[in-house]
Every structure is written in structure tokens, then in C-alpha cells.
Design a binder for this molecule. Structure first.
Ligand code: ATP
Length: 246
């Protein structure tokens, strides 16, 4: 018998006044799964992320993590239950070192007793995994954009998520930096088996990372399937790929 899904989003909607930012979206994710979320600007991707992470309360619908309702709960509670995220606009604590930023993540996600695990070892391990070990003592605001994006991922991972939501972690990176970020995420997934929900305008990277892609347009889900199926989906081509090439 299989247990509950990792994440279930049931008819989730968010209205801002008369604007339906997300309208009746349904999808589910299994443990360890890599799922992409695509859609043009304003499609509702960030709003959906915000509803799952608790930054925004859905107007209607429900969101379940491992069978338990999380919609409407506080972001710190949802984080401790196992949802970690990065933000489109990176916002590490600039005046703190790389290492200190990661320690904040461990403390915030203190679902795991920080005394039960040797903290410095866990921090070191994590910094190795995201390729920031050599910059551990630098201030966050002295990092390049690519390194700050990695730090965002490290901070989110430090909260020990079972679901990691990544909001455009490759935006603004050079092709070389993006390729390195892609390799880092693939390695993290292999090593930790962590499920990821990924918003990424770099479609090539998304297609390489994700087993399944969900397409949104004007707050509605217009398609869902394997990467190869989704790029051939008529509605998706009209709404997104067509708009990109126009
Ligand atoms: N706090 C808010 N108040 C009013 N309208 C909002 C708010 N947040 C988002 N919206 C609107 O909801 C719609 C969906 O926005 P959202 O940011 O979720 O889209 P997105 O797919 O993440 O876009 P982008 O790729 O530009 O980040 C947009 O029309 C946006 O203007």
C-alpha cells in the first residue's frame, strides 16, 4: 500500500481583488519527484509557490503535505514541516558570512534538534555540496550573483526540506554558470533524493531536470506531462512558447 502523496494542491485559487492570480489549480507530487512549473510572466507561478510555502493564504482550495493540510499555516510552521524555498529575488543576510547564513537556515528549520546533529559538520557538508566551501567566510553581499543563488539554495536546504521549491535559481546566470547550477541540482537530487518544484525560465535546464512539467497560463493549469510531451502541447505552445518566440 502506498502512503499519501508528498504534495497535493486541490483546486487552489488566489484572488487579488478582481484578478484571479491562480484559479482552481490541481496537481500532486510524489516523494523524490522533480517537477517543473512553467508559464509566461504573470501566469501565477510565484503566487502558487507563495501559497505552498505559506507566504500567501489561498482564497479557496486546499494544500496537503504528506496528507496534512498546510494551507493557511504560518511560513515557519510550513518550513518546519519540510517545505524549503528560494526566492526569485535573492535575499541573503548581506552583512553575514556565507556560513552564518546557512546556520540561520539550520536554526529556522529546527524541525531537527540542532543539538542532535553536529552543526558545524552539517554546515560544512552543505557548503561542499553547493560549491561554496571556499567562500564560507565571505560576506554574502560580496558574492557574485551565481554564488548568491547557490547560497539561497544552501539556506533552503539547511532547513532540511522534504520538498525544495526553487524560484528561478538560474535567472541572470551566464550559460556556463547555468550549466554548473544544473549539475549541482542534479547532484543534490541524486545524493539527497529530495523532491523539487522548479520555476525556471531556462527551459532547456528545466527539461533536463524535471520528470514532469506543469504549465500555467493566466492562473490556470493548461497542461501537464513529461518534458517532451509538454513542449508539443498545443495550448502550451500558444500560451508560452509562441509568446517567447513572437
Ligand atoms: N500581491 C499582489 N497583489 C495584486 N496582484 C498580484 C499580487 N501578486 C501577484 N499579483 C498578480 O497576480 C498575477 C500572477 O502573478 P505571479 O507573480 O504569481 O506570476 P508569475 O508567473 O510568478 O510571474 P513572473 O514570472 O513575472 O514572476 C499577476 O497578474 C500579478 O500582477
Amino acid at each position: 500500500m502506498s502512503g499519501p502523496m508528498l504534495l497535493e494542491v486541490n483546486e487552489a485559487s488566489k484572488a487579488y481583488g478582481g484578478l484571479l492570480a491562480v484559479g482552481g489549480v490541481c496537481f500532486a507530487m510524489r516523494e523524490h519527484e522533480m517537477v517543473g512549473l512553467m508559464g509566461a510572466n504573470g501566469a501565477g507561478k510565484t503566487t502558487l509557490f507563495n501559497m505552498v510555502s505559506g507566504a500567501t493564504k489561498p482564497t479557496s482550495g486546499s494544500i496537503l503535505l504528506r496528507g496534512e493540510r498546510i494551507d493557511g499555516r504560518r511560513p515557519d510552521e510550513i518550513c518546519r514541516r519540510g517545505v524549503g524555498r528560494t526566492y526569485q529575488i535573492v535575499r541573503p543576510f548581506g552583512g553575514m558570512s556565507v556560513e552564518e547564513n546557512v546556520i540561520v537556515g539550520f536554526r529556522y528549520g529546527s524541525r531537527v534538534d540542532p543539538l542532535a546533529t553536529p552543526l558545524h559538520e552539517a554546515v560544512e557538508q552543505l557548503l561542499h555540496e553547493v560549491g561554496l566551501i571556499d567562500q564560507r567566510h565571505r560576506l554574502a553581499n560580496q558574492l557574485t550573483l551565481a554564488a548568491r543563488k547557490r547560497l539561497e539554495v544552501a539556506r533552503a536546504l539547511a532547513t532540511r526540506p522534504v520538498l525544495l521549491m526553487l524560484d528561478e535559481v538560474m535567472a541572470g546566470l551566464t550559460p556556463t554558470e547555468s550549466a554548473a547550477a544544473l549539475a549541482m541540482l542534479q547532484a543534490l537530487h541524486q545524493r539527497r533524493g529530495i523532491a523539487m518544484l522548479i520555476v525556471e525560465h531556462n527551459l532547456r535546464a528545466m527539461m533536463q531536470l524535471c520528470e514532469r512539467v506543469i504549465a500555467l497560463d493566466h492562473g490556470r493549469k493548461i497542461g501537464e506531462g513529461t518534458p517532451s510531451a509538454i513542449i508539443e502541447n498545443e495550448a502550451v505552445i500558444r500560451a508560452y512558447l509562441g509568446a517567447e518566440t513572437a
